[in-house]
Design a protein around this ligand. Structure first.
Ligand code: ZN
Length: 203
């Protein structure tokens, strides 16, 4: 318990991988494995996964779609690869209501994204009390990314990380682990990752 949060600079990304197949540069789903580890080790029965990669994390959604113990929130460009992530996809069975998708048109900029992100976190907060928050931290949302079509700046990740931390501080003692997903402009991905780490490290 010496550290409240962490940033995992792993590659390749993971959020397109489902439980039984690789997809979209993703051999295995790191955040899904982390969520199950937290649950099975008794560290955190209820886990929230927040995905700010430009793509919808179809693998993560699929793995937890019928599971009410893991909440999956994604903001993503839509329609776009991999084609999933419509607003009406909200989970099924025991997982009904613990999936939340916020599809965004190409060209969405930082200020608007940050507002919608804060609003979405507010919705999750009203519906779910996590014991741990995992972030699928993709940086292909940045303007200039060769794959993505949104227009965030590295400094926007200071705000996004602050919103996640504020929620985690209230909900679960600030326990947050951010795991690198996509991001294909190396220099700007680095700047945004540093902004995230600094916002996590701020006491
Ligand atoms: Zn991506």
């Amino acid at each position: 318990r010496q550290l409240r949060n962490a940033f995992v600079a792993t590659r390749p990304p993971g959020h397109h991988a489902s439980s039984n197949h690789a997809m979209g540069f993703c051999p295995v789903n790191h955040v899904a494995i982390a969520a199950r580890f937290l649950q099975e080790s008794g560290l955190a029965p209820r886990v929230a996964i927040v995905d700010w990669d430009v793509h919808h994390g179809n693998g993560t959604q699929d793995i937890f779609y019928q599971d009410g113990s893991v909440y999956y929130l994604s903001l993503h460009q839509y329609p776009f690869y991999p084609g999933t992530g419509a607003a009406q996809e909200r989970g099924a069975g025991e997982g009904e209501g613990t999936t939340l998708n916020v599809p965004l048109p190409a060209g969405t900029g930082g200020p608007e994204y940050v507002d919608l992100f804060a609003e979405a976190i507010g919705r999750v907060d009203a519906e779910f009390a996590p014991d741990f928050v995992l972030v699928s931290a993709g940086y292909d949302t940045l303007a200039g990314d060769p794959l993505g079509g949104l227009r965030l700046e590295p400094s926007d990740f200071t705000a996004l990380t602050g919103i996640v931390r504020g929620w985690a501080d209230r909900a679960c003692d600030g326990r947050v682990v951010a795991v690198l997903e996509g991001g294909y402009h190396p220099e700007r991905t680095g700047q945004a990752a540093v902004a995230t780490i600094l916002a996590l490290a701020e006491s």
